[in-house]
Design a binder for this molecule. Structure first.
Ligand code: IPE
Ligand code: IPE
Ligand code: MG
Length: 253
């Protein structure tokens, strides 16, 4: 990368790097419309931003990245747009797998994958399997993801386990946060430290409601296809200036 910002060269900054960054990639449609292009052109253009944030995480040493690519609510969109999104996903997986392997990226999915087109499901499973030993970066793609559904899936899984194996729970079972978290799609992953949303919208749109409880939030007006490596670095810099208190009084008290 040309003109690496100082954050890349200053290892003393590493302690304050987020371990897990989550991004709501938003604004593809508006990016395209403002250029007189069809909405799908924005989705296409957004693929390059995905590549750039993956690279930036590796270069910075951020170990987990979670990108929101398709929500459960996105099925409300016109059929043509959904088709393009699915084709794009198919194309991305086909194209990027080599790169992900080269970069040491472990690819994972979050969400109800079983509702996606079969071809896409197959490619997703292959990519997950093929990259499963990679350790440089965990790259989660949230697809047909809904946080309320994720929470209900966890509750239902636990209810099922209790019913199937009552003796294990000894009649006096009480959920705690750690046990519950392990039943979410994110399982053993630490919660995101930083949530980035592009396109200026200030809402969660049903994304990681449980896991984002104490995340720092960074909103940028830039549309997703305009969000590049330097914008990601700027978000990280901003994060590094935050004082995270977790309910305590803070360092200056
Ligand atoms: C984000 O961009 C991509 C998806 C939700 C799939 P949008 O398609 O939501 O773009 P805007 O918000 O309409 O501009
Ligand atoms: C959130 O963006 C979902 C993804 C980025 C995949 P949306 O564009 O769907 O969110 P709303 O509808 O503006 O809340
Ligand atoms: Mg949007």
């Amino acid at each position: 990368m040309k003109n690496k910002p100082s954050i890349f060269n200053d290892p003393s900054n590493n302690s304050s790097l987020p371990k897990h960054v989550a991004i709501i990639m938003d604004g593809n449609g508006r990016w395209a419309i403002e250029r007189g292009l069809p909405r799908f052109a924005g989705h296409r253009a957004g693929v390059q931003s995905v590549r750039e944030v993956v690279e930036a995480c590796i270069e910075l040493g951020i170990p987990i990245l979670t990108l929101y690519a398709f929500s459960q609510e996105n099925w409300k969109r016109p059929k043509e747009e959904i088709s393009v999104l699915m084709e794009l996903l198919d194309f991305f997986l086909g194209q990027e797998i080599k790169n992900l392997m080269k970069q040491g990226v472990r690819f994972c999915t979050l969400g109800r994958i079983e509702a996606l087109p079969e071809g896409v499901q197959k490619k997703l499973a292959q990519s997950v399997e093929q990259t499963s030993k990679n350790e440089k970066l965990i790259f989660n793609l949230a697809l047909n993801y809904g946080s309320r559904t994720e929470i209900l899936d966890a509750v239902n899984q636990i209810l099922h386990d209790v019913k199937e194996n009552p003796s294990k729970f000894n009649g006096a079972f009480e959920l705690d946060e750690a046990y519950f978290s392990k039943h979410l799609y994110t399982r053993d992953l630490p919660d995101p430290d930083l949530l980035i949303r592009t396109s200026g919208e200030i809402r969660l749109s049903n994304f990681l409601l449980w896991q984002l409880s104490y995340a720092e939030i960074y909103i940028t007006k830039k549309y997703w296809p305009d969000f590049h490596k330097d914008d990601f670095v700027e978000a990280i810099r901003d994060y590094q200036k935050r004082e995270r208190r977790f309910g305590d009084v803070g360092a200056s008290a």
